[in-house]
Design a binder for this molecule. Sequence first.
Ligand code: BGC
Length: 767
Amino acid sequence: MQLPLSFLDAEWIQSPFVGGPLTNAPAPYLRICFDLPDGVQEVVLHITALGLVEAEINGKRVSEDVFSPGWTDYHQRVRFVSYPVTDLLQSGPNVLGAVLGDGWYCGRIANLNRQYYGERPRLLAVLEGKSQDGQPFRIVSNQHWETAASPILANDLIDGEAYDARREIPHWSEPVATTVRWFPVEIHPAPAIALIPHRDPPVRRQERIKGQPLNPDDPKPGRRRIFDLGQNISGRLRLTVRGERGATLRIRHGEVLDEKGGLYTSNLRSAAATDFYTLKGGEEETWEPRFTFHGFRYTEIFWTNPHPAGDIRSVEGVVLHNEMVRTGTFSCTHPLLNQLFKNTVWGMKDNFLEAPTDCPQRDERLGWTGDIQVFLRTAAFISDVRNFFHKWLQDLHEAQKPNGAIPPFVPSVKAFDLPEDGGPAWADAVCIVPRDLYRAYGDLAFLEKTYPLMKRYMAYLAEHKVKDGVRCHPEVDAWGGFGDWLALDGSGRTEGGTPKDLIGTAFYAHNAAILRDSAKILGQDQESETWANLEKMTAQAFRDRFVTPQGQLIGGSQTACVLALHFNLLTPEQKPGAIAQLLSLIHRNGKKIGTGFVGTPYLLAVLEEAGHLDLAYDLLEQEEFPGWLFPVKNGATTVWERWDGWSEKNGFQDPRMNSFNHYAYGSVCNWMIETVAGLAPHEPGYRQILFKPRPGGSLTNASASCQTIHGEAAIAWTLTGNQLVLNVTVPPETEGIPDPGQDWLPVENDTPLPPGKHTLVWKKNSR
Ligand code: BGC
């Protein structure tokens, strides 16, 4: 490994404790005792781990970061963090200590056994600074460090943590005598991977939510109690208890309750999601695990020792995710739509932990490319995710295979026995995500950095996946991708529904269009033309294979029509036919949605653009299954993975695939923001802002606001009779473009709008 200068004389160190693919080892303490003269200055601790690390100096935590240094593909890269620590040091004896967790490095990832990247956690650290007279000094990780087992007997991100408070070592990171024996550390040869500074937003504790006991008035609560946070979160418990020394609490986590009011955990699959805490006894003791997190709303706390072993004084949920500044708001007259937006915000918080994951609870938690591809526009509105995605795009860079393939999840791991290519709408995230980041923030770097990846990817598709212009042609691609995942017409999981080669070809054309635009923006006009030609040829191949001259989509599904229309793949003559087909499919389905992960994000936009706003609102406001408000009506606090994760008629869906915290279907919030409220970037980064409200359904007002890179952009409209009054805010250095469409007539024609606050009045256009 090429060590950055600051690490040159440091060595990777580890403790002798090591577990196996199925077994844990205690989290080790590693420490070094050293003397310093008076008045040291400018002292910085550079630290990293293969695994997770929390450092302490003289008994004080060095930082509030959680799960540092985070998740990267440890076969290629690990980040180090630099903390200023002068204030923690003293003249005379000092101790620098670190506790190491298994994390993604040697704990479980998804459904895999432990030890995916390595067998045990390892530390690399340098403490450097100057003495009073300017002489440099360094303390580095090396053979002089010592190690002992911490009270964390087992730790795993997916399975949970076990802590025995009786085994605490008081003052372990302080320069005083401790009661245990310390052993020499082992040196581990430096791995051949990049070591780079950590510049991404860290994971931190973001909120704390009080848990309430179910049945609070139960006079005899017994050994088992369930607490409810009232919100499905990603994080862990902070517990305050009092009880007998040696009593052990078993703490299980779940998203929902079963029919009998017990904790429902079948949908966690192999994730144990269970913590254990053994009391030291005496006074009140407070504990929060360090190296695990769970996706849960409910927790079941069970005293394994006979009752009464003690009592539970307080239960709090600690919410964990990467730091992000919240930027977007939405509200309207419909309480269930407001709750849907809130659930989507939570779905995002719960899944933005080191990678944009599918779900935080079961044995999965992977950076599924398809999920973030559909959700990104909503995410970039809700929070400032620029830095989060600078990191993820680097992960993407590392995940791309030498032949150009993009895997189904990033960071890439060998889980679930999947092909190297993520398939249509998944791997295509390499084109869609940077395009949407550029749209939200106007930062060219997103395109510049990713355009070469897009090109390699398109070359891969051309070589391996396309025949006669058709991607996922059954003759060259037996798998064909995930289809319209979880659509109720059977796409994806079983045969039937939207044909996979139709989805593949539609997205191939869409990718070509993205590359056409990206090349143009990057000043590569000739390349842009090549992509434009590919788009045209692919659209033609799409029509030849999947569309009748009258515009009927073969395999007739809502998603097939939606993709053809949204990606502009039809001739003007074919469009009316495809629209008519879509309408009839929706009507025959009882005016209900029939799309899965792939078609859902575009469905309402397609209907609105085709002049069927009423139907779009019918679908949006639908409270029966299947529809966005069905889970909300049934008490959801996050977005469900499936339209019918639970229903009165059938109870819980198949536990092998039933998360209650998947943001993918929350992508409808993009339509609520841009079309219901009517706030969208017209130029990348909101350099021009489109105010395009389309009131409809039961709504009489709606509003949205966003802290754009230029400042706050906002809209709030109220509908009274035939009159629509809009209050809009245009941030500095931008202009507002009001768009009344066909349905409205501006009383005064005031466009473009300069920065500032404006009130506009539109009258209903009674054509
Ligand atoms: C995940 C996803 C993902 C899908 C691929 C599931 O197991 O949870 O959300 O996109 O597999 O089809």
